[in-house]
Design a protein around this ligand. Structure first.
Ligand code: CNA
Length: 252
């Protein structure tokens, strides 16, 4: 399970870190309060701030960091059952983890849907508009085309239901870079069996690790990159991870 904290080392601010978080830096978006950027009512009143954020997150503007590649390595080794992410930056995909291994719980910019006729559009159809500061509109009915990001009050993608199968099967739950404040995602942290070890890597102690710790919990507080590098070193995978990062960086 991962959240915005795994992408801050890639240069994408999280929501809640005081000072650097997105919620502290919303002036540029011209919105009345932080959450408005993901509210449908505000979106229909003024979709521009959301598309300004979309433009900022355009694939290619940011690169995965060692944390994303750590999960890619787990996948390459056949050890990754699934990666549940709250992030909407798409860096898990960019790192080369197949979409079948991902549950992008809060949606994705990889596709979009017309808010009126519900037609679906692949990303190549509307990014050009976003990059030119235009609100993308449906060529058929002229409704606003909204990237498939989950706004407040919207249902999570169907794939989220995979958790019913995945979590009882897990041998280990890794939780990185999340405040575990957003439901229903946060509650997944309790969906593994009581004997399954859970490892939290985060700047601060959060969620169930604070208020209902389990005997097999392991908590590594501090910077996520430093912690992942340490874990990878303990696993003896440092060279392999470096090679993977180098290969992927060259490709990019
Ligand atoms: P959050 O609530 O902002 O929490 C982030 C957590 O990560 C906090 O506990 C931070 O202390 C911690 N953190 C930040 N940077 C680091 C670091 N370098 N090392 C270790 N820990 C760090 O974010 P959540 O993901 O928990 O909240 C869910 C929201 C945030 C979802 O709806 C996302 O869509 C949304 N979000 C996503 C992105 C993105 O896609 N990159 C960016 C900002 C917000």
């Amino acid at each position: 399970m991962v959240g915005a904290g795994i992408s801050t080392p890639s240069g994408i601010p999280d929501f809640r870190s005081p000072g650097s978080g997105l919620y502290s830096n919303l002036l540029q978006y011209n919105i009345p309060y932080p959450e408005a950027i993901f509210e449908l009512e505000f979106f229909f009143h003024n979709p521009k701030p959301f598309f300004t954020l979309a433009k900022q997150l355009y694939p290619g503007n940011y690169r995965p960091n060692i944390t994303h590649y750590f999960f890619r390595l787990l996948h390459d080794k056949g050890l990754l059952l699934r990666l549940y992410t709250q992030n909407i930056d798409g860096l898990e995909r960019v790192s080369g983890i197949p979409v079948s291994k991902l549950v992008e719980a809060h949606g994705t910019f990889a596709s979009a849907t017309c808010t009126v006729c519900r037609r679906s559009f692949p990303e190549k159809d509307w990014w050009a508009d976003v990059m030119m500061d235009r609100v993308p509109c449906c060529p058929v009915c002229a409704g606003i085309v909204k990237p498939d990001i989950v706004f407040f009050g919207e249902p999570l993608p169907e794939r989220f239901l995979l958790h019913v199968l995945d979590f009882p099967m897990a041998d280990l739950l890794l939780i990185l870079g999340t405040s575990l404040e957003v439901e229903p995602f946060a509650s997944l942290s309790e969906a593994v069996g009581a004997s399954v070890p859970r490892l939290l890597i985060n700047r601060d102690l959060v969620g169930t690790f604070a208020w209902r710790p389990r005997s097999r919990d392991v908590v590594q507080l501090g910077d996520v990159v430093h912690s992942v590098e340490r874990l990878v070193e303990l696993l003896g995978w440092t060279k392999e991870l470096q090679d993977l990062v180098q290969r992927e960086t060259r490709k990019a």
